[in-house]
Design a protein around this ligand. Sequence first.
Ligand SMILES: Cc1ncc(COP(=O)(O)O)c(C=O)c1O
Length: 501
Amino acid sequence: MLQAGTARPIGRCICPEFVQYRAMAKETLDPADWKAFRSQSHRMLDDMLDYLEQIREHPVWQPIPDETRTRFHEPLPQKPTDLADVHASFMRDILPFAVGNTHPGFMGWVHGGGTPVGMLAEMLAAGLNANLGGRDQIPVEVERQITRWMAGLFGFPDSASGLFVTGTSIATVISLLVARTATLGNDARRHGIGEHGARLTAYAATTAHGCIARALDLTGIGSDALRLVPVDARHRIDGHALRKAIAADRSRGLTPFFVAGTAGTVDTGAIDDLDMVADIAHEAGLWFHVDGALGALAMLSADIAPRLAGIERADAIAFDFHKWGQVPYDAGFILIRDGEQHRAAFASENSYLRRETRGLAGGSPWPCDFGPDLSRGFRALKTWFTLKTYGATGIGDAISRTCGLADYMRQRIEREPALELLAPVGLNIVCYRYRCKASDRINARIAIALQESGIAAPSTTMIDGQLAIRAAIVNHRTGRRDIDALIDATLDIGKQLADDR
Ligand SMILES: Cc1ncc(COP(=O)(O)O)c(C=O)c1O
């Protein structure tokens, strides 16, 4: 028997179990011929590295041919296929038809570019096949270390808790459930929100992401409980209107309990005055949630971090490493100021998850005590590799660069008489349009034509009732030449479409 604290070396153990395992290899799903598998593995790794190294030689995105799509309607394969053939299908049918967010010309929605380092870490995590629901294992310590790093970054106390989740949408649900339990008491977990819960009201700016209304819907509070507060000329929540809305609800016997400030709105990248929202939340006794999906990691950028002042006063911050953090999808995160409140909202006792002070069932509390998932992958590893390999400053510098590029794009648009900006550029998002008649229709077509050209992939949004072409510069690979290519192509396509009208 191994003594406690004696680490067993990996890979050199010729123990009886190992010998038996080798003999049974043909009856498992492991390769019968590891040598051949190894060389196929290297080919797959090389293909992916080639793809990333030569990313500029590919279109950002391309329409999917019918015959390719049809191949994904084949029935469930009953017989085995050689791995090399499956990989060939991937290279032919999948790789060329992804959304394209690894490409420097991708500027749609809010997508991070990923890194080869994150890709390798994903492979290591998959090899380990760790389940991070709980138990005493170092992968859970990696997640805890990242929680401590994030608590330090955002000025939260050591007692803060954190959890990897798919993305900010689910992180918001978790924040809301902690706020709900803190407001209604633990009984709400057993009896539901009840009459008192039906009076809960929440607040966010009209520019807030839809995930907040959706989280209210999913938690049974209902999206009607959300009051959308007007914004100022810089697209930031209007503090006066927020105070008024809270007071009006209170005077009607309702229970204001939750306010969300946004660090980087999805449409324009506006940052709410988080200090002001914190003041209002604290005066009124509301849970202060920050939606930092897009912008919270700007705390890593020396020049932008000061604009997030007030974030350190939040009760919860929901954010994504897979956006500006450049960690491959998915790597959302929820950070909660009061770890005990967080645990109280999720922990439950089950005999099959009994905790011990020693052995594999040690190390309590477990991640499953802080969220709805019991089976959880090792998202922390690709994040850990990214933060260690590039350092906080490496990621912060990439964030600053994308904001510099947005400013460069703003200047280019301001110099082009055929183009016009539709929103102030304060972060990494630029909303603009080609000036023409039937502007909404033509600009929607310009955006599609840009995507289909393979040169650049912006998305669109509505700003003050007008359709804007929207470039969110999130990818660390994007450079000035990609901005120039987008602007030049917008001018060419815009002229053609406006002339053909
Ligand atoms: C401001 C903001 N909040 C929330 C979300 C939702 O995040 P996720 O897609 O990771 O769930 C997004 C997504 O782009 C966002 O930009």
